[in-house]
Design a protein around this ligand. Structure first.
Ligand code: SF4
Ligand code: SF4
Length: 350
């Protein structure tokens, strides 16, 4: 994040526009990962599920996405799914065009098929690959996107690895360190982001870390960031895992990111998880990263959070005067996020 990124994002918020957008570009995915939130019944808010939504393909998809970003003017677009590589031909056309518009783009994928070589040279672009723990567990949960296949498919690229910490991982004391021992030395890996599994309210799936496991994961991350510099998480962001937002209204990420599903119309609220997520057990790396920024003390005594709240309020007033209202930063129910954010994305994991 640099000064210009902050100024641009703030400008969007002041005018009632969301700086960031997340798009579920397809309803399809060849994987069936346990714990995937994208295909849960309540993900779209009841009624339809993602697989039942009418999605776009081919030139229709390319044009529809370009019209959407030209209207909403986000600074950052995160493309998730389903798995975005299902629409590889369309993305091959879309990504350079989004880049030309000055938008920072992120594709979050399981890398189940080879990633085009040309993507390695795109500026302002992140390829984020989701990994579900060590090889044994990952290969079982994510077949056919096995470790072996992922390594072949990302050869020649420089990717971000994203892993969601689950309760199962925390049963073994050295699990996270082993994970870093495997991925960190590889030249194809530029950064590693870690989230924690986020449940829906009132549920307790096996993936959800207990309070004690969560505390141990936080300790591990503090220690591992000193040993493995590719763990791209500031101490402040890791600290936020211990005090997640208590509601979407408190979540800067939810209030600055608009998520649209595969018909490019259905809004997913209050955040990318959809349904009724349990903020008090949230483990989203993007939410923690933004909370750390919001809670940072300027000149040692005042935090950025009240400045954000006031700016979002002004943005709400400004957008109400526009003929075609844009999504309002500051409204949890109509979200959008920022390009400089450690974004989550894809599918079932961020
Ligand atoms: S990302 Fe924000 S809104 Fe979503 S569950 Fe986490 S804290 Fe709640
Ligand atoms: S987690 Fe991602 S890769 Fe797995 S089923 Fe869900 S959308 Fe597909």
């Amino acid at each position: 994040m640099n000064y210009m990124h902050v100024v641009k994002a703030w400008g969007r918020i002041l005018t009632g526009r969301a700086p960031s957008m997340s798009i579920e570009i397809t309803r399809e995915c060849p994987l069936h990962c346990p714990g995937c939130y994208a295909y849960e019944e309540g993900h779209l808010g009841g009624g339809m599920t993602l697989r039942q939504l009418a999605d776009h393909k081919g030139n229709d998809l390319v044009q529809a996405v370009l019209q959407l970003v030209d209207r909403e003017r986000p600074l950052h677009v995160s493309i998730v799914g389903g798995d975005p590589l299902v629409r590889l031909r369309e993305l091959d056309i879309l990504l350079p065009q989004l880049n030309q518009r000055g938008i920072f783009v992120q594709v979050v994928t399981s890398a189940f098929r080879p990633v085009p070589a040309s993507w390695a040279t795109l500026p302002n672009f992140n390829l984020v690959v989701s990994i579900d723990g060590l090889q044994k567990e990952h290969d079982e949960r994510r077949k056919p996107a096995t470790y072996e296949r992922i390594l072949k498919n990302i050869a020649g690229h420089h990717v971000v690895i994203h892993c969601t910490i689950t309760s199962q991982m925390m049963k073994s004391p050295d699990y996270l360190e082993e994970f870093f021992r495997f991925w960190s030395p590889r030249p194809e890996i530029k950064k590693v982001w870690m989230s924690m599994f986020t449940p829906q309210r009132g549920t307790n799936p096996p993936e959800c870390p207990s309070v004690e496991e969560r505390a141990r994961a936080i300790e591990d991350l503090f220690r591992l960031r000193e040993i493995y510099p590719k763990l791209d998480m500031a101490r402040g962001a890791i600290r936020e895992f211990a005090r997640p937002p208590q509601s979407p209204e408190e979540c800067i990420f939810a209030r600055t990111t608009q998520t649209l599903s595969a018909d490019l119309k259905t809004k997913i609220t209050p955040c990318q998880f959809g349904g009724d997520p349990d903020c008090s057990r949230c483990g989203c790396v993007a939410s923690m990263g933004l909370a750390a920024i919001a809670n940072h003390k300027l000149a040692g005594f005042v935090t950025i959070r009240p400045i954000f709240t006031t700016s979002a309020r002004i943005g709400g007033i400004v957008s109400s005067f526009r003929a075609t209202p844009a999504p309002r930063a500051g409204q949890a129910a109509e979200r959008p996020a920022a390009e400089f954010l450690p974004q989550s994305g894809a599918s079932g994991e961020f």
